[in-house]
Design a protein around this ligand. Structure first.
Ligand code: MRU
Length: 359
Protein backbone atom coordinates (compact mmCIF):
# COMPACT_ATOMS: atom_id res chain seq x y z
CA UNK A 1 0.00 0.00 0.00
CA UNK A 2 1.35 3.47 -0.87
CA UNK A 3 1.93 5.78 2.06
CA UNK A 4 -1.49 7.08 3.10
CA UNK A 5 -1.89 10.78 3.85
CA UNK A 6 -3.95 11.34 6.98
CA UNK A 7 -5.32 14.64 5.63
CA UNK A 8 -4.75 16.52 2.39
CA UNK A 9 -6.19 19.41 0.43
CA UNK A 10 -6.35 19.57 -3.34
CA UNK A 11 -6.70 22.80 -5.31
CA UNK A 12 -7.17 26.43 -4.39
CA UNK A 13 -9.58 27.90 -1.85
CA UNK A 14 -12.41 26.36 -3.89
CA UNK A 15 -10.73 22.94 -3.65
CA UNK A 16 -11.45 19.72 -1.79
CA UNK A 17 -10.39 18.27 1.54
CA UNK A 18 -9.57 14.56 1.85
CA UNK A 19 -9.07 12.48 5.00
CA UNK A 20 -8.53 8.82 5.72
CA UNK A 21 -11.63 7.42 7.43
CA UNK A 22 -9.88 6.04 10.53
CA UNK A 23 -13.02 4.31 11.82
CA UNK A 24 -12.63 1.74 9.01
CA UNK A 25 -8.98 0.86 9.64
CA UNK A 26 -7.31 -1.59 9.57
CA UNK A 27 -9.86 -3.61 7.59
CA UNK A 28 -10.63 -1.02 4.96
CA UNK A 29 -8.61 1.90 3.65
CA UNK A 30 -10.93 4.59 2.34
CA UNK A 31 -10.62 8.34 1.92
CA UNK A 32 -13.54 10.66 2.58
CA UNK A 33 -13.78 13.73 0.39
CA UNK A 34 -15.55 16.79 1.67
CA UNK A 35 -17.85 18.28 -0.89
CA UNK A 36 -17.83 22.01 -1.27
CA UNK A 37 -19.13 23.96 1.66
CA UNK A 38 -20.12 20.92 3.69
CA UNK A 39 -18.66 21.96 7.06
CA UNK A 40 -21.21 19.71 8.81
CA UNK A 41 -19.41 16.71 7.32
CA UNK A 42 -16.08 17.95 8.71
CA UNK A 43 -17.68 18.44 12.13
CA UNK A 44 -19.10 14.93 11.98
CA UNK A 45 -15.72 13.47 10.92
CA UNK A 46 -14.03 15.04 13.95
CA UNK A 47 -16.86 14.17 16.33
CA UNK A 48 -17.11 10.53 15.26
CA UNK A 49 -13.30 10.05 15.18
CA UNK A 50 -13.00 9.51 11.42
CA UNK A 51 -10.13 11.92 11.98
CA UNK A 52 -8.71 11.87 15.49
CA UNK A 53 -5.61 12.54 17.56
CA UNK A 54 -4.97 16.05 18.86
CA UNK A 55 -2.73 17.51 16.09
CA UNK A 56 -4.80 15.90 13.29
CA UNK A 57 -8.00 17.34 14.77
CA UNK A 58 -6.40 20.81 14.68
CA UNK A 59 -5.32 20.40 11.05
CA UNK A 60 -8.73 19.05 10.02
CA UNK A 61 -10.51 21.95 11.73
CA UNK A 62 -8.25 24.52 10.04
CA UNK A 63 -9.09 23.07 6.61
CA UNK A 64 -12.70 22.76 7.82
CA UNK A 65 -12.83 26.56 8.07
CA UNK A 66 -11.80 26.74 4.39
CA UNK A 67 -14.58 24.28 3.51
CA UNK A 68 -17.11 26.18 5.63
CA UNK A 69 -16.61 29.52 3.87
CA UNK A 70 -16.85 28.10 0.34
CA UNK A 71 -20.58 28.95 0.08
CA UNK A 72 -19.80 32.66 0.66
CA UNK A 73 -16.82 33.11 -1.64
CA UNK A 74 -18.96 35.37 -3.88
CA UNK A 75 -20.45 37.30 -0.96
CA UNK A 76 -19.50 40.94 -1.45
CA UNK A 77 -21.04 42.12 1.82
CA UNK A 78 -18.06 42.16 4.15
CA UNK A 79 -20.12 41.92 7.36
CA UNK A 80 -22.08 38.93 6.08
CA UNK A 81 -18.87 37.20 4.96
CA UNK A 82 -17.10 37.61 8.31
CA UNK A 83 -20.26 36.69 10.24
CA UNK A 84 -20.34 33.41 8.33
CA UNK A 85 -16.63 32.85 8.94
CA UNK A 86 -17.02 33.33 12.69
CA UNK A 87 -20.07 31.08 12.71
CA UNK A 88 -18.05 28.31 10.99
CA UNK A 89 -15.17 28.66 13.48
CA UNK A 90 -17.53 28.56 16.50
CA UNK A 91 -19.35 25.57 15.03
CA UNK A 92 -16.15 23.55 14.50
CA UNK A 93 -15.01 24.41 18.04
CA UNK A 94 -17.98 22.39 19.31
CA UNK A 95 -16.92 19.15 17.64
CA UNK A 96 -14.78 17.79 20.54
CA UNK A 97 -13.87 19.40 23.89
CA UNK A 98 -10.58 17.97 25.19
CA UNK A 99 -7.77 18.28 22.63
CA UNK A 100 -6.64 21.88 22.87
CA UNK A 101 -5.04 21.71 19.39
CA UNK A 102 -8.56 22.13 17.98
CA UNK A 103 -9.00 25.54 19.63
CA UNK A 104 -5.37 26.49 18.99
CA UNK A 105 -5.77 25.89 15.24
CA UNK A 106 -9.13 27.68 15.09
CA UNK A 107 -7.65 30.65 16.98
CA UNK A 108 -4.88 30.84 14.39
CA UNK A 109 -7.48 30.88 11.61
CA UNK A 110 -9.51 33.57 13.36
CA UNK A 111 -6.40 35.71 13.97
CA UNK A 112 -5.46 35.52 10.27
CA UNK A 113 -8.99 36.48 9.24
CA UNK A 114 -8.96 39.43 11.64
CA UNK A 115 -5.62 40.71 10.41
CA UNK A 116 -6.71 40.46 6.74
CA UNK A 117 -9.95 42.25 7.66
CA UNK A 118 -8.08 45.07 9.39
CA UNK A 119 -5.89 45.57 6.35
CA UNK A 120 -8.90 45.58 4.02
CA UNK A 121 -10.71 48.08 6.26
CA UNK A 122 -7.74 50.44 6.02
CA UNK A 123 -7.62 50.22 2.22
CA UNK A 124 -11.45 50.13 2.03
CA UNK A 125 -11.38 47.09 -0.23
CA UNK A 126 -12.96 43.70 0.30
CA UNK A 127 -12.17 40.58 -1.70
CA UNK A 128 -13.64 37.38 -0.24
CA UNK A 129 -11.34 35.24 -2.38
CA UNK A 130 -8.30 37.02 -0.93
CA UNK A 131 -9.42 36.22 2.62
CA UNK A 132 -10.09 32.62 1.59
CA UNK A 133 -6.64 32.27 0.01
CA UNK A 134 -5.00 33.63 3.16
CA UNK A 135 -6.99 31.18 5.30
CA UNK A 136 -6.00 28.26 3.09
CA UNK A 137 -2.35 29.36 3.37
CA UNK A 138 -2.67 29.30 7.15
CA UNK A 139 -4.27 25.85 7.18
CA UNK A 140 -1.49 24.58 4.93
CA UNK A 141 1.09 26.18 7.25
CA UNK A 142 -0.42 24.47 10.32
CA UNK A 143 -0.29 21.19 8.38
CA UNK A 144 3.29 21.61 7.15
CA UNK A 145 4.63 22.83 10.50
CA UNK A 146 3.24 19.69 12.13
CA UNK A 147 5.36 17.48 9.85
CA UNK A 148 8.52 19.25 11.04
CA UNK A 149 7.39 19.23 14.66
CA UNK A 150 6.76 15.48 14.60
CA UNK A 151 10.27 14.81 13.29
CA UNK A 152 11.84 16.95 16.02
CA UNK A 153 9.78 15.14 18.66
CA UNK A 154 10.88 11.82 17.14
CA UNK A 155 14.54 12.78 17.35
CA UNK A 156 14.35 13.94 20.99
CA UNK A 157 12.17 10.98 21.97
CA UNK A 158 14.39 8.34 20.38
CA UNK A 159 17.36 9.56 22.45
CA UNK A 160 15.52 8.58 25.63
CA UNK A 161 14.92 4.98 24.58
CA UNK A 162 17.71 2.46 25.21
CA UNK A 163 18.67 0.12 22.38
CA UNK A 164 16.86 -3.19 22.80
CA UNK A 165 14.14 -1.69 25.02
CA UNK A 166 10.57 -2.87 25.28
CA UNK A 167 8.32 0.18 25.13
CA UNK A 168 4.63 0.36 25.96
CA UNK A 169 2.29 2.83 24.28
CA UNK A 170 -1.41 3.55 24.71
CA UNK A 171 -3.96 4.67 22.10
CA UNK A 172 -2.58 6.03 18.82
CA UNK A 173 -0.14 8.93 18.68
CA UNK A 174 1.20 8.08 15.23
CA UNK A 175 1.04 9.42 11.71
CA UNK A 176 -2.72 9.01 11.69
CA UNK A 177 -3.03 11.32 14.69
CA UNK A 178 -0.85 14.06 13.14
CA UNK A 179 0.16 15.41 9.71
CA UNK A 180 2.32 12.29 9.54
CA UNK A 181 5.01 10.49 11.62
CA UNK A 182 3.29 11.06 14.97
CA UNK A 183 4.46 12.11 18.42
CA UNK A 184 4.91 9.01 20.64
CA UNK A 185 5.27 6.77 17.58
CA UNK A 186 7.67 9.30 16.02
CA UNK A 187 10.19 8.31 18.70
CA UNK A 188 9.88 4.68 17.60
CA UNK A 189 10.11 5.53 13.90
CA UNK A 190 13.16 7.75 14.44
CA UNK A 191 14.86 5.12 16.62
CA UNK A 192 14.28 2.43 13.99
CA UNK A 193 15.51 4.68 11.17
CA UNK A 194 18.71 5.27 13.15
CA UNK A 195 19.46 1.64 13.86
CA UNK A 196 17.98 1.25 17.34
CA UNK A 197 16.06 -1.93 17.99
CA UNK A 198 12.89 -1.50 20.02
CA UNK A 199 10.01 -3.83 20.71
CA UNK A 200 6.72 -2.01 21.10
CA UNK A 201 3.81 -3.22 23.22
CA UNK A 202 0.56 -1.61 22.07
CA UNK A 203 -2.40 -1.42 24.44
CA UNK A 204 -5.52 -2.20 22.44
CA UNK A 205 -7.18 0.86 24.08
CA UNK A 206 -10.80 0.17 24.91
CA UNK A 207 -13.45 1.10 23.98
CA UNK A 208 -12.59 2.28 20.45
CA UNK A 209 -9.40 0.23 20.00
CA UNK A 210 -7.14 2.94 18.57
CA UNK A 211 -4.16 0.88 19.78
CA UNK A 212 -5.25 -2.35 18.10
CA UNK A 213 -6.70 -0.85 14.95
CA UNK A 214 -4.32 2.06 14.32
CA UNK A 215 -1.06 1.80 16.32
CA UNK A 216 -0.57 -1.91 15.61
CA UNK A 217 -1.34 -1.24 11.93
CA UNK A 218 1.04 1.74 11.64
CA UNK A 219 3.93 -0.04 13.36
CA UNK A 220 3.43 -3.15 11.26
CA UNK A 221 3.41 -1.02 8.09
CA UNK A 222 6.78 0.45 9.22
CA UNK A 223 8.21 -2.98 10.00
CA UNK A 224 8.64 -2.20 13.71
CA UNK A 225 8.23 -5.24 16.00
CA UNK A 226 4.96 -4.82 17.88
CA UNK A 227 3.00 -6.99 20.28
CA UNK A 228 -0.65 -6.19 20.89
CA UNK A 229 -1.96 -6.57 24.44
CA UNK A 230 -5.34 -5.97 26.06
CA UNK A 231 -5.30 -2.94 28.35
CA UNK A 232 -5.60 -5.12 31.46
CA UNK A 233 -2.34 -6.93 30.61
CA UNK A 234 -0.05 -3.91 31.08
CA UNK A 235 0.78 -4.73 34.72
CA UNK A 236 1.72 -8.29 33.82
CA UNK A 237 4.06 -7.34 30.96
CA UNK A 238 5.72 -4.82 33.27
CA UNK A 239 6.15 -7.39 36.03
CA UNK A 240 7.67 -9.81 33.53
CA UNK A 241 10.34 -7.15 32.82
CA UNK A 242 9.33 -6.67 29.20
CA UNK A 243 8.90 -2.89 29.46
CA UNK A 244 11.77 -0.41 29.95
CA UNK A 245 9.84 2.77 29.05
CA UNK A 246 6.34 4.04 28.33
CA UNK A 247 5.67 6.73 25.70
CA UNK A 248 2.20 8.17 25.06
CA UNK A 249 0.74 11.23 23.34
CA UNK A 250 -1.37 14.01 24.86
CA UNK A 251 -4.52 15.98 24.21
CA UNK A 252 -3.94 18.83 26.62
CA UNK A 253 -1.15 19.65 29.07
CA UNK A 254 -1.72 22.27 31.77
CA UNK A 255 0.79 24.77 33.18
CA UNK A 256 1.88 22.35 35.94
CA UNK A 257 2.41 19.44 33.50
CA UNK A 258 -0.76 17.46 34.26
CA UNK A 259 -1.62 15.66 31.02
CA UNK A 260 -4.92 14.61 29.50
CA UNK A 261 -4.67 11.68 27.12
CA UNK A 262 -6.82 8.72 26.07
CA UNK A 263 -8.73 7.02 28.87
CA UNK A 264 -6.48 4.40 30.47
CA UNK A 265 -3.30 6.47 30.23
CA UNK A 266 -3.49 7.36 33.93
CA UNK A 267 -3.63 3.66 34.90
CA UNK A 268 -0.57 2.98 32.74
CA UNK A 269 1.28 5.87 34.43
CA UNK A 270 0.44 4.51 37.90
CA UNK A 271 1.65 1.05 36.89
CA UNK A 272 4.85 2.46 35.42
CA UNK A 273 5.46 4.37 38.66
CA UNK A 274 4.93 1.20 40.69
CA UNK A 275 7.39 -0.73 38.52
CA UNK A 276 10.02 2.06 38.36
CA UNK A 277 9.61 2.44 34.61
CA UNK A 278 10.00 5.94 33.11
CA UNK A 279 6.73 7.27 31.71
CA UNK A 280 7.12 9.86 28.92
CA UNK A 281 4.58 12.09 27.20
CA UNK A 282 5.33 13.21 23.62
CA UNK A 283 3.47 16.32 22.47
CA UNK A 284 3.94 19.52 20.47
CA UNK A 285 3.88 22.99 22.00
CA UNK A 286 0.35 23.41 20.58
CA UNK A 287 -0.93 20.76 23.03
CA UNK A 288 0.00 22.88 26.07
CA UNK A 289 -2.74 25.01 27.58
CA UNK A 290 -0.92 27.38 29.92
CA UNK A 291 -4.19 29.19 30.68
CA UNK A 292 -5.11 26.22 32.89
CA UNK A 293 -3.20 25.79 36.13
CA UNK A 294 -3.83 22.08 36.68
CA UNK A 295 -5.40 18.94 35.25
CA UNK A 296 -8.72 19.09 37.06
CA UNK A 297 -9.62 22.12 34.92
CA UNK A 298 -9.38 20.16 31.66
CA UNK A 299 -12.80 19.43 30.12
CA UNK A 300 -13.14 15.69 29.70
CA UNK A 301 -15.23 14.45 26.79
CA UNK A 302 -18.00 12.02 27.74
CA UNK A 303 -19.01 9.72 24.90
CA UNK A 304 -21.94 7.51 24.03
CA UNK A 305 -22.60 4.43 26.24
CA UNK A 306 -23.04 2.48 23.01
CA UNK A 307 -19.25 2.57 22.50
CA UNK A 308 -19.01 0.38 25.61
CA UNK A 309 -22.12 -1.77 25.28
CA UNK A 310 -22.24 -2.22 21.49
CA UNK A 311 -18.63 -1.83 20.31
CA UNK A 312 -18.16 -2.54 16.60
CA UNK A 313 -21.73 -3.70 16.10
CA UNK A 314 -21.88 -6.42 18.74
CA UNK A 315 -23.87 -6.13 21.95
CA UNK A 316 -21.60 -7.08 24.86
CA UNK A 317 -23.62 -5.83 27.86
CA UNK A 318 -27.19 -6.17 29.11
CA UNK A 319 -29.87 -3.82 27.77
CA UNK A 320 -30.30 -0.66 29.84
CA UNK A 321 -27.08 -1.05 31.86
CA UNK A 322 -25.64 2.14 33.38
CA UNK A 323 -22.37 3.12 31.65
CA UNK A 324 -19.58 5.62 32.38
CA UNK A 325 -17.57 6.46 29.25
CA UNK A 326 -15.07 9.32 29.63
CA UNK A 327 -12.84 9.51 26.53
CA UNK A 328 -9.82 10.89 28.41
CA UNK A 329 -8.19 10.92 31.82
CA UNK A 330 -5.53 13.11 33.42
CA UNK A 331 -2.11 11.86 34.49
CA UNK A 332 -0.60 13.98 37.29
CA UNK A 333 2.73 15.58 36.40
CA UNK A 334 4.43 13.75 39.29
CA UNK A 335 4.16 10.46 37.36
CA UNK A 336 5.70 11.89 34.17
CA UNK A 337 9.47 11.48 33.80
CA UNK A 338 9.62 13.87 30.86
CA UNK A 339 7.55 15.63 28.21
CA UNK A 340 9.09 15.32 24.77
CA UNK A 341 8.40 18.42 22.67
CA UNK A 342 9.78 19.74 19.40
CA UNK A 343 11.83 22.20 21.49
CA UNK A 344 13.43 19.58 23.72
CA UNK A 345 12.58 17.35 26.66
CA UNK A 346 10.98 18.92 29.73
CA UNK A 347 12.34 17.06 32.73
CA UNK A 348 11.64 17.17 35.60
CA UNK A 349 8.11 18.22 34.77
CA UNK A 350 7.58 21.48 36.65
CA UNK A 351 5.83 24.68 35.65
CA UNK A 352 9.16 26.47 35.65
CA UNK A 353 10.75 23.97 33.27
CA UNK A 354 7.70 23.96 31.01
CA UNK A 355 7.82 27.73 30.63
CA UNK A 356 11.59 27.63 30.15
CA UNK A 357 11.50 25.04 27.34
CA UNK A 358 8.42 26.45 25.61
CA UNK A 359 9.80 29.96 25.82
O1 MRU B 1 -10.05 9.98 21.00
P1 MRU B 1 -8.79 10.08 20.21
O2 MRU B 1 -8.51 8.88 19.37
O3 MRU B 1 -8.74 11.37 19.42
O4 MRU B 1 -7.64 10.17 21.28
C1 MRU B 1 -6.32 10.36 20.85
C2 MRU B 1 -5.30 10.36 21.91
O5 MRU B 1 -5.60 10.27 23.08
C3 MRU B 1 -3.88 10.58 21.48
O6 MRU B 1 -3.01 9.91 22.33
C4 MRU B 1 -3.56 12.09 21.53
O7 MRU B 1 -4.52 12.82 20.83
C5 MRU B 1 -2.22 12.38 20.97
S1 MRU B 1 -2.14 12.19 19.22
C6 MRU B 1 -0.58 12.63 18.72
Amino acid sequence: MSKPETIHWEGDANGTLFMIDQTLLPVEFREIDFSKGCVEKVWEAIHSLRVRGAPAIGIAAAYGVCIGIQPVLNEMDEDKFFAKLNEVIDYLAGSRPTAVNLFWALDRMRDVANSVKQLMDVTQTFHPMEVANRLLMEARAIHEEDREICRAIGRFGAELLPDGAGVLTHCNAGGLATADYGTALAAFFWAAEHGKKLHIYADETRPLLQGARLTAWELKEHGIPVTLICDNMAAQVMREGKIQAVVVGADRITANGDTANKIGTYSVACLAHLHNIPFYVAAPKSTFDLTLAAGEQIPIEQRSPLEVTHGFGKQTAPDGIDVFNPAFDVTPAKYIAGIITELGVISPVTEENIRKVLG
